[in-house]
Design a protein around this ligand. Structure first.
Ligand SMILES: Cc1cc2nc3c(=O)[nH]c(=O)nc-3n(C[C@H](O)[C@H](O)[C@H](O)COP(=O)(O)OP(=O)(O)OC[C@H]3O[C@@H](n4cnc5c(N)ncnc54)[C@H](O)[C@@H]3O)c2cc1C
Length: 615
C-alpha cells in the first residue's frame, strides 16, 4: 500500500537491471483525506523504524511524510563500496554550516533527503559506545534510558552474521555472536572483500600498545577492532531503514508519501498544553493538511526536527519573533545543545600493484572486472566499506603528562561555562576523570583509498587514508530557523573548536595518524610516502581541514525542561500533550560511536513507549 518504487532490496541478489517497479504509491490527496492515529514527520532512519514497529499494532493507522524521493534499488545507495558517492546526488539536503569564531571554516553537512534518510547516505559503520556513556543519559534525568535497557533495543534492530573462520583469521578478530541481535531487520555482517589495509589494521595498532578488542559492541569499545557493517550478506547490499517497512508493504495500516515536505504541525490549545490536530505538507507546490486522532511524531533528524518545531511555534521567543512565527510553546532548548563529532584526515601513497578503491578510478579493466564480479554476486572490491576502527583513551592518545594537561584544560573550560547545559558538560567531564580508560576520546579509522578532506589524488596512484575523530567535543552549537518558509534551510552554527581542549585533542589525533602510518605493519611493504598532512603546522592543518563525522545530536534534547530540555523521557515535547520527537536530536550527550545503531535503538525504545510496553 505504500512503497513508491521497487521492493527488491531484500531479495534481488545483485541483478540491478531486473527490478520490478511497484506503482502502489498513496497519492497526497488520498493521504490527506485519511485520519491517522500516528503521523510521522520524516521517513528517515528513526522514522521508518518507528513506522515499521508501530504498524505492528492493527488498531493504529500510521502515516509517514518524507521530503525526499525513494532511492530503493538505486545502485548508488545499495553498493557498499560506493559509500560517499551519493553525497553528490539528489538524495542529499546539501546543507552548509556557518563559520565558527575559532577560525573553523564553514563546512558541508550532508543529510539524507530520501526514503531512509541518512541511513542511505552513511558509510555503513555499525557501532556502539561504552555502557557508561548510555548510562549518562539516565543520570541526566531520564529514568530507564540506560545501557541495560538500550542494549536490548540496539540488538533488536539487527540480525548479525558471523564471518567465516578464514575471514575472521585474516581480520585478526574472533567476534562473539552473543553480543549481537539475531532477529532484527537490519542485516549486519563483515564486508566479504578484505583489503590489505584492513589486514594490517589490528597488528599496527597493537604495535602501538593499543589492545585488540574482540567485543567492541558489547559495552566496552576502547581498543582496536575490525567492525561489522550494515550489509546484507546474501547480496552484499546496504541494509538500511527501509528494511523496517518493505517486508510489510501489505499492511493496510501503514502509508508513506515521498517528496512531501512538512511545513508545520497544526496545534490547538488544550488546557495548559498545546495539542497537535494535524500536519501541513506540500507536494508539487500544492498544500495539504492531514489529521491525526492520536499523535504526531517528528523524526526529521537533528537539523530539520528543530526547524519543524520552530515553524510550528515551539521554541525560543527571540528566534520565533525574528523569523515571524507566532510562539505557542515557550521552549528555549529547541535547536540548542548541538553536539557533533569532527575528524581530520591523513593520506599516504602506497606501493604500486596493491588494489584499493582508487583502482576503480585508475584502472578501467580492473573496474569492469570488479563491477562484473559484484553483479554476479562474487566477492568484489565494491563490497568494501570502513571496518578498521579503534577507540583510544586520552592517555593512549597523548601519554600521561599531556593527558593531565588536557584534562585540566577541559575542567577550566567547563568551570567557566555560563551555559544552561553546564551540567551536561560536567557529566561529560566524568568521562575524562571517572572513566578515563573506558571511554574513548579519539576514534582512529583507516580507509582503503584516497578519502582526505583536502588535496586530491594523483592519477594512477593508490592511497590509504587515516581519520582521527574527536568523540567528546566540549564545544556546543545550535540550529535555528531564520525564516518562516520551510524551504529556507535552517542556520547551522556548530561553534566548532570554541573549547581550546577540542582543538588541542584533535591536533593530537592528527599527529597520532602519523604514528599509525609509521608502524611496521603499514610502513613495511605498504606505505611509500606521506601526502597529507605533510610538512605543515599540524594545529592549523587541523583547524582548516577538519570536517564533521556526520553525527549531530542534541537539538531536541531529552532533558528536564528547567534544564534546557525539549522532550521528556517518554520523548514527548514539553508544553504539548501529543507531539513526540524520535530521532538523533533527542540524544542529550554524545557517545563515542557512529550513531546509526543508537538511532535505531532510540526508535525501538520509543515504539515500546508509545505502545505502552515501556513507561
Ligand atoms: C554522510 C554520512 C555518513 C555517516 N556515516 C555513518 C556511519 O558510517 N555509521 C553510523 O552509525 N552513522 C553514520 N552516519 C550518521 C547516521 O546515519 C545518522 O546519525 C542517522 O541516520 C540519523 O538518523 P535520524 O533518524 O536522526 O535522521 P535522518 O535519517 O536524517 O532522517 C530524517 C528524515 O527526515 C526527512 N525530513 C527532513 N525535513 C523534512 C520535512 N520538512 N518534511 C518531511 N521530511 C523531512 C529527511 O529527508 C530524512 O529522510 C552518517 C551520516 C551521514 C550523513
Amino acid at each position: 500500500t505504500f512503497i513508491p518504487t521497487d521492493s527488491t532490496q531484500q531479495t534481488r541478489g545483485v541483478r540491478l537491471d531486473k527490478r520490478t517497479k511497484r506503482a502502489a504509491k498513496m497519492d497526497a490527496k488520498t493521504f490527506a483525506d485519511t485520519e491517522f492515529t500516528h503521523l510521522i514527520v520524516g521517513g528517515g532512519t528513526a522514522g521508518l523504524a518507528l513506522a515499521g514497529r508501530l504498524s505492528e499494532v492493527q488498531s493504529y493507522t500510521v502515516g509517514v511524510l518524507e521530503a525526499g524521493p525513494s532511492g530503493v534499488g538505486d545502485p548508488i545507495n545499495d553498493i557498499p563500496g560506493m559509500f560517499g558517492a551519493n553525497l553528490a546526488s539528489k538524495y542529499n539536503w546539501n546543507l552548509t554550516t556557518t563559520t565558527s569564531e575559532s577560525g573553523a571554516p564553514a563546512i558541508a553537512w550532508p543529510r539524507g533527503k530520501v526514503l531512509g534518510g541518512s541511513s542511505v547516505l552513511n558509510f555503513l559503520v555499525w557501532d556502539r559506545s561504552a555502557s557508561v556513556e548510555y548510562d549518562a543519559w539516565e543520570q541526566l534525568g531520564n529514568p530507564g534510558w540506560n545501557w541495560k535497557n538500550l542494549y536490548k533495543y540496539l540488538k533488536k534492530s539487527e540480525e548479525f552474521h558471523t564471518p567465516s573462520a578464514d575471514d575472521a583469521k585474516k581480520l585478526h578478530i574472533q567476534p562473539n555472536a552473543a553480543n549481537y541481535g539475531d532477529k532484527g531487520p537490519i542485516q549486519v555482517s563483515y564486508p566479504r572483500y578484505i583489503s590489505e589495509q584492513v589486514q594490517r589494521w589490528i597488528p599496527a595498532l597493537q604495535s602501538l600498545g593499543i589492545q585488540r578488542n574482540n567485543e567492541p559492541l558489547a559495552g566496552k569499545n576502547v581498543g582496536a577492532s575490525v567492525q561489522p557493517s550494515n550489509i546484507n550478506p546474501n547480496n552484499s547490499t546496504r541494509s538500511y531503514s527501509t528494511a523496517y517497512v518493505i517486508p510489510h508493504e501489505q499492511r493496510k495500516n501503514l502509508h508513506i508519501v515521498t517528496e512531501a515536505t512538512v511545513s508545520k504541525i497544526v496545534l490547538e490549545k488544550s488546557g495548559a498544553e498545546q495539542k497537535a490536530t494535524a500536519v501541513e505538507f506540500y507536494v508539487n507546490g500544492q498544500k495539504y493538511t492531514v489529521k491525526t486522532s492520536n499523535q504526531v511524531i517528528v523524526s526529521a533528524g537533528s537539523v530539520h526536527t528543530p526547524q519543524i518545531l520552530e515553524l510550528s511555534g515551539i521554541g525560543a521567543k527571540s528566534v520565533l519573533d525574528k523569523a515571524g512565527v507566532k510562539q505557542l510553546v515557550d521552549l528555549p532548548g529547541v535547536g540548542e545543545n548541538l553536539q557533533d563529532h569532527t575528524y581530520t584526515s591523513a593520506a599516504y601513497e602506497i606501493k604500486e600493484g596493491i588494489a584499493t578503491l582508487d583502482s576503480l578510478r585508475n584502472n578501467e579493466t580492473f573496474a569492469a572486472q570488479q563491477q562484473k564480479a559484484y553483479q554476479s554476486n562474487q566477492t568484489s572490491i565494491l563490497d568494501e566499506t570502513v571496518p578498521s576502527i579503534a577507540y583510544l583513551s586520552l592517555k593512549e592518545l597523548v601519554g600521561d603528562d599531556k593527558a593531565a594537561q588536557l584534562q585540566s584544560e577541559a575542567k577550566d573550560y567547563v568551570n567557566k561555562s555560563t551555559s544552561t547545559y553546564k551540567y551536561v558538560l560536567e557529566k561529560q567531564l566524568d568521562f575524562l576523570t571517572k572513566y578515563p580508560d573506558t571511554v574513548g576520546q579519539m576514534e582512529m579509522i583507516a580507509i582503503d583509498g584516497y578519502f582526505a578532506t583536502s588535496g586530491a589524488p594523483e592519477t594512477n596512484k593508490n592511497y590509504v587514508t587515516f581519520l582521527a575523530a574527536q568523540q567528546h567535543l566540549l564545544s556546543r552549537g545550535h540550529v535555528h530557523i531564520n525564516s518562516s518558509d520551510v524551504n529556507t534551510a535552517p542556520v547551522i552554527s556548530p561553534n566548532y573548536f570554541d573549547a581550546p581542549f577540542d582543538l588541542d585533542i584533535s591536533t593530537a589525533g592528527t599527529e597520532y595518524m602519523r604514528k599509525i602510518a609509521n608502524s611496521s605493519a603499514y610502513a613495511d611493504q605498504y606505505i611509500t610516502k606521506e601526502v597529507l598532512p605533510g610538512d605543515v603546522d599540524i594545529k592549523n592543518y587541523t583547524l582548516k581541514t577538519f570536517t564533521t563525522e556526520y553525527h549531530p545530536i542534541g537539538t531536541a534534547s531529552m532533558l528536564p525542561r528547567a534544564k534546557g530540555g525539549v522532550v521528556d523521557p517518554s520523548l514527548k515535547v514539553y508544553g504539548t500533550c501529543n507531539v513526540r520527537v524520535v530521532d538523533a536530536s533527542v540524544i542529550p550527550i554524545h557517545i563515542s560511536a557512529h550513531i546509526q545503531n543508537t538511532v535505531y535503538g532510540v526508535a525501538e525504545y520509543a515504539a515500546d513507549i508509545i505502545k505502552g510496553l515501556q513507561k
